[in-house]
Design a protein around this ligand. Structure first.
Ligand code: HEM
Length: 219
């Protein structure tokens, strides 16, 4: 829904979260990872943390599939959980699930998605937007930098960043139109902006958790 000022909600959402995005983008762990200054296990640890997050998000998508507003954002082409599992098998081996360490930050993030995204369409959109629009934007840069830094080839270990069944630019344009067409009133838009900002903080908390690990002894 367009605001009285004429700004579309997708524009308002982006502008309201510019600082939160910058905080995530400039996080020390993220910069170190993309520069190749960390061992491959530090990248595997991020992939492992994303798994419970996408498991929650993609279960929420199933729960919301027939919802008149949230259901419009459910796309099979976006589903990432199988790609994360393939990457984890590549990076950590077939028994990866037993070898993944506990992550309080990932648990808190997944719990928040489970709390709000299964029943509140705005909450679903907020978490969906931050992850998938991020994956189709900066995620494309991150995937390429990680491939280069760790010499990973043919999507082995990085299939999460490759969306085989869509083209990022037209998909993102169409996604923004869906955001603008959704019937969120001013109060609902305010709540969604708050949830988007929280979702960014939950991502940054994962980076902070990974940044606090001493990777010097790891392979
Ligand atoms: C080093 C890390 C990152 C880089 C280099 C980066 C870069 C970018 C760039 C260049 C765009 C604009 C793309 C476009 O308009 O088509 C963008 C958009 C976006 N990024 Fe990131 N990003 C990073 C990390 C993140 C993280 C960690 C998240 C959240 C999990 C995130 C979420 C988003 C979202 C939601 C958008 C779409 C904003 C909108 O147009 O509404 N990004 N990113």
């Amino acid at each position: 829904m367009t605001r009285p000022s004429g700004e579309t909600f997708s524009t308002v959402l982006r502008q309201a979260s510019v600082q939160d995005h910058a905080d995530a983008e400039t996080n020390g762990y993220m910069s170190d990872l993309m520069d190749g200054n960390l061992p491959l296990s530090a990248y595997a640890a991020l992939t492992a943390r994303l798994h419970p997050v996408y498991a929650a998000l993609e279960e929420a998508a199933e729960a919301m599939r027939d919802h008149p507003v949230a259901g419009r954002f459910v796309f099979a082409e976006l589903v990432r959980k199988p790609a994360l599992e393939a990457d984890l098998a590549e990076l950590l081996g077939a028994g990866w699930a037993e070898r993944v360490e506990e992550s309080p930050a990932a648990q808190v993030y997944a719990a928040r998605i489970r709390e709000v995204a299964f029943t509140w369409s705005g909450g679903f959109l907020a978490h969906h937007y931050v992850r998938y629009m991020g994956d189709l934007s900066g995620g494309q840069i991150i995937g390429r930098m990680v491939e280069r830094a760790y010499d990973l080839k043919d999507g082995k270990g990085t299939s999460f960043y490759r969306f085989a069944d869509l083209k990022a630019k037209p998909f993102k344009d169409a996604y923004r139109v869906l955001i603008d067409e959704a019937p969120f009133d001013a109060e609902e838009q305010r709540r969604i902006i708050g949830e988007v900002k929280l979702a960014y903080r939950l991502n940054t908390a994962i980076f902070d958790e990974l940044g606090a690990v001493d990777w010097s002894a790891a392979a």
